[in-house]
Design a protein around this ligand. Structure first.
Ligand code: SF4
Length: 615
């Protein structure tokens, strides 16, 4: 690290893939002051740079890899993100990734890389000591994401090159394709990989040698020590250190929130097999961590027994264990690890994949989806693997249909199919059912990228009764949930401008984030800065989504959660009614300073200082 200066690099690399031109973009100081980095800068640039109603898979869409002011410093648990217009939802999309690729963006000299246009031929972007260049990638087209990174490093004869790339799914335009960063870290949700594929961009390979400065190194080191101390004191972080997110499987099951059989139930007899204890019996694991992270929630290893023996894997984290495990009634963690690896290498989001397979299995039972000769059935891991491969190739009627996600698949099939399509705004549900936790339902309805548990997670309070703002949370109450959701969303959006990892944020306080930011950049902010920043960002993504055609009619839960009470578990009998949704939404809009159609009022935009932007 360099002494003096600031931890931001002060410029973005803009690559026009159509013309193969490179330029540096220096953002106006008032935009940097108002939006900080990561999600905030991405939201502002998306609104300003991408033309209204642009095709997400067309050359006008922008694909942005963005860091935050603490990325590549020793601040613990920092990451980077991709911001683009989602081909799955046609809304704002931010998708986060850990590993080492994010820091390398800054070592290459930039706060972010913005890609527009479309290359006439498959290429990869290389940024090294010679500067940026586009390299031919025709021979890499069709290769899996894991092999792609290895081949680029071999070709460049440099094992230290950091690579973000797509698999065949992104090339083929599967609408929930991911971007693989450093082999086992993924920007999974919302289809950023399909946007990358539409640009004929197979990969970005970085090798930087720039130094990242600090405004006040001694003050920064003291703030980092405090952040590490807070992580050490956090019970949530301790659990993640020991067991990773798979530890949540049994909690979600005991709380009645886990998806089972395409969310027809909220408990699963398979939970114990798929939790961290069950996985440790079948997988050999050792801890791994992203850049500068003392938590190390990731575990790498191999399958020890059975037909997947020797197969190298990552621990199956909670969302994947639930969506490809309990949701599909597949209880062997080795089989789920295999499906996980298949999705990662071919390049699709495991959450959306699990939802699409659940839709297909239930649809086959009901006789409302084409089977293409497959014995589609819950519990059949071999058929699940075959269907994943067909989705990636868009093979057959079913593969082509499911490559579009459940919203479009249900619309194409018509009739009863909509009742078994689990999504909000087109983004498939993550693995936390909202019945009996209305705050979680509201968080899903209003999340800017569609059904997302990372834009606010009130279920954590509703399921445990843990106090929020000094008061115990009553799970079924509607009153107060809008305020809770707004507050959680604002804070997370504010700290997503840093760009923090959600798990680090379970320990690090807002005050310490502010101290690290001030010492790294020379700013003078206090803890409440992140709430106001997040509210500004949330309203900016709202403006984008409204402009792209989203309406309040899109802010509703899937029919299953409205029509069908949970059949078992501690939340048995619960659902979220139409009147619950209406009450929650109107309360939420009023608190946000939005009109009844969910549009920010001129007073709200003025209060937040949302002004015409960067172009
Ligand atoms: S907590 Fe896990 S995902 Fe987050 S930065 Fe650390 S290792 Fe990466």
């Amino acid at each position: 690290m360099e002494m003096g200066g600031t931890s931001t690099m002060g410029r973005l690399l803009h690559v026009n893939l159509t013309s193969a031109e490179f330029s540096e973009v220096r953002l106006p100081p008032e935009i940097l002051a108002a939006y900080l980095g990561g999600k905030g800068i991405g939201a502002r640039l998306l609104l300003d740079w991408v033309p209204e109603k642009a095709d997400p898979l067309g050359p006008d869409n922008a694909l942005m890899f963005l860091t935050g002011p603490l990325t590549a410093t020793t601040a613990p648990a920092m990451r980077a993100c991709i911001v683009t217009k989602s081909p799955l939802t046609h809304t704002f999309l931010d998708s986060y990734f850990g590993g080492y690729f994010g820091p390398e963006i800054k070592y290459a000299g930039y706060d972010g890389i913005v890609l527009t246009g479309r290359s006439p031929e498959p290429v990869y972007l290389l940024v090294d000591h010679r500067g940026p260049s586009l390299q031919p990638a025709g021979d890499l087209w069709g290769t899996g994401a894991i092999e792609t990174g290895d081949r680029i490093r071999q070709r460049r004869k440099d094992s230290g090159i950091k690579v973000a790339c797509i698999g065949p799914a992104g090339e083929n335009g599967v609408l929930y394709s991911l971007v693989c960063c450093d082999t086992n870290r993924h920007a999974g949700r919302g289809g950023a990989g399909a946007v990358m594929g539409s640009k004929n961009l197979k990969a970005i390979a970085l090798k930087g040698n720039e130094l990242v400065g600090l405004f006040d190194p001694n003050r920064f080191l003291r703030a980092v020590a405090e952040a590490n101390h807070e992580i050490g004191l956090s019970e949530d972080c301790r659990v993640l250190m020991e067991a990773g997110t798979a530890s949540a499987v049994e909690f979600a099951d005991a709380s009645g929130l886990i998806p089972a059989r395409n969310f027809t139930d909220g408990t699963s007899k398979l939970a114990a097999k798929l939790g961290d204890h069950g996985q440790k019996q079948k997988l050999w694991l050792s801890r791994a961590a992203c850049f500068g992270c003392p938590i190390g929630c990731s575990q790498m290893g191999a399958v020890r027994t059975g037909k997947y023996k020797h197969f190298i894997t990552d621990i199956v984290e909670y969302e994947t264990a639930a969506m490809l495990g309990t949701n599909l009634e597949i209880g062997d963690p080795r089989a789920v690890a295999h499906l996980n690896r298949l999705c990662d290498d071919l390049g699709i989001d495991t959450i959306s994949a699990g939802a699409c397979l659940g839709f297909a299995f239930e649809g086959a039972e009901k006789g409302i989806v084409p089977t293409d000769g497959l014995a589609l059935a819950f519990g059949n891991a071999d058929v699940a693997a075959e269907l994943i491969e067909r989705i990636v190739k868009k093979e057959g009627e079913l593969g082509a249909l499911l490559a579009l996600g459940v919203k479009r698949a249900a619309k194409a099939l018509g009739g009863e199919a909509e009742a078994i399509a689990l999504h909000v705004k087109g983004l498939e549900m993550p693995a936390w059912g909202p019945r009996g936790t209305p705050g979680m339902g509201l968080a899903y309805m209003t999340a800017d990228r569609g059904a997302c548990h990372q834009r606010g997670f009130p279920a954590g309070y509703e399921a445990t009764g843990e106090a929020w703002n000094g008061k115990p949370v009553e799970a079924l109450a509607l009153e107060g949930k809008a305020a809770m959701v707004k507050s959680l969303q604002d804070y997370l959006a504010g700290t997503d401008c840093l760009v923090k990892c959600d798990f680090g944020a379970m320990g690090v306080t807002a005050d310490t984030y502010a101290r690290m930011l001030n010492a790294a950049t020379g700013r003078s902010v206090v803890a409440s800065f992140f709430d106001l920043l997040g509210e500004r960002v949330w309203n900016t993504t709202r403006l984008f989504n409204l402009r792209e055609g989203m309406t309040t009619a899109d802010e509703r839960l899937p029919r299953r959660f409205i029509d069908e009470p949970l059949p078992s578990g501690p939340r048995q009998g619960h659902r979220i009614t139409e009147s619950d949704m209406k009450y929650l939404l109107q309360d939420y809009y009023a608190l946000r300073g939005w009109d009844e159609a969910g549009r920010p009022t001129p007073e709200t935009l003025h209060r937040l200082g949302i002004e015409p932007g960067t172009r």
